[in-house]
Ligand binder design. Structure first.
Ligand code: HSE
Length: 308
């Protein structure tokens, strides 16, 4: 029986100033999804590991089953599929956990059928996984997990997605304080109106960030990693956010911010030593306040999801 296994990387969405329009993939962690044909004309989730029993096995309620069903509909197939999901990252952490699962399932099932769809054609299906998980079909986690690199969602309607390969050897520190911030809730608290003055600041920073990545200018990237719209609100959900930011910047981070909708935070760093030092300092800071956390040091991933 043919079995296909896919590794889909975690992602840092928004990259501080680019709410819903920017995201990059990181080398690890990433979810693994295994798919194979079955004989009962149904999509069946046969196994989930690493979720502490929190995710539904019902295929329509779990993003992996949901996106596989959309894929089958798209290619006009009523073939049954068995899915095994190996979660390698915490749920609701801000690392694009649901996105990695959706992307892993889609890339694996596409390979099982000998790739009838391109990665860009899989993207709208993966976005439906995000709609199921958070109530909104944003692309800034699924697109980088699918394509790798830094991805810009230039437009949602029509969908226009641009991959910018990252040539610099940047390191990423991610710290996950153990507090609960579901994406759906973190989206509801954002104000729906933006004063023009703040909008001007924000789009200047988005353009600056993209320009910085295109010209390998880490100073410009750092100056542009500022969010005057979303971060002031969402950071209230993350304990000691301001102190963590100051600590990271004091220890030479290029920039610091919320990873996706949080509660994870991340710092972009020029090298591994600086990244590891920041991870230790942020750990110390949170431990002193009796807040447990996990941290990781990784790199920006340019490949996106891969078949193992
Ligand atoms: N752009 C989304 C948000 C990413 O910030 O809500 C969620 O991970």
């Amino acid at each position: 029986m043919k079995k296909i296994k896919c590794y889909a990387p975690a992602t840092v969405a928004n990259v501080v100033c680019g709410y819903d329009v920017l995201g990059f993939a990181i080398d690890n962690p990433g979810d693994e999804v295994v798919v194979s044909f079955n004989n009962n004309n149904k999509t069946v989730i046969t196994k989930i590991e690493g979720d502490q029993g929190k995710l539904p096995l019902d295929a329509e309620k779990n993003v992996v089953g949901h996106v596989v069903n959309l894929f089958l509909e798209k290619i006009n197939s009523n073939q049954g599929i068995d899915i095994e999901l190996y979660k390698k990252m915490p749920l609701n952490s801000g690392l694009g956990s649901s996105a990695a699962s959706s992307v892993g399932a889609l890339v694996a099932v596409n390979e099982l059928f000998d790739n009838p769809l391109s990665r860009h054609e899989l993207l709208p299906l993966a976005m439906e996984g995000e709609r199921l998980a958070s109530g909104n079909a944003h692309a800034d986690n699924v697109a980088p997990s699918l394509l790798g690199g830094l991805v810009l969602i230039r437009s949602y309607d029509p969908l226009d997605v641009v991959k910018l390969p990252v040539e610099m050897d940047l390191h990423v520190v991610s710290v996950h304080p153990h507090v609960d911030v579901p994406t759906g809730e973190a989206r509801k608290i954002i104000r729906q109106q933006v004063p023009l003055k703040k909008a001007v600041e924000q789009w200047g920073n988005v353009a600056g960030l993209v320009a910085g990545f295109c010209t390998n200018d880490t100073d410009l990237i750092g100056r542009s990693m500022k969010d005057v719209i979303i971060e002031p609100i969402r950071s209230m959900l993350i304990p000691y956010f301001a102190e963590m930011k100051q600590t990271a910047l004091n220890h030479k981070a290029i920039g610091f911010g919320i990873s996706g909708s949080g509660p994870s935070v991340f710092a972009l760093c020029k090298n591994k030593d600086e990244a590891e030092k920041i991870a230790i300092e942020l750990h110390k800071l949170l431990s002193a306040q009796n807040i447990s956390c996990e941290s990781l040091v990784t790199k920006i991933n340019n490949e996106g999801a891969v078949i193992l």
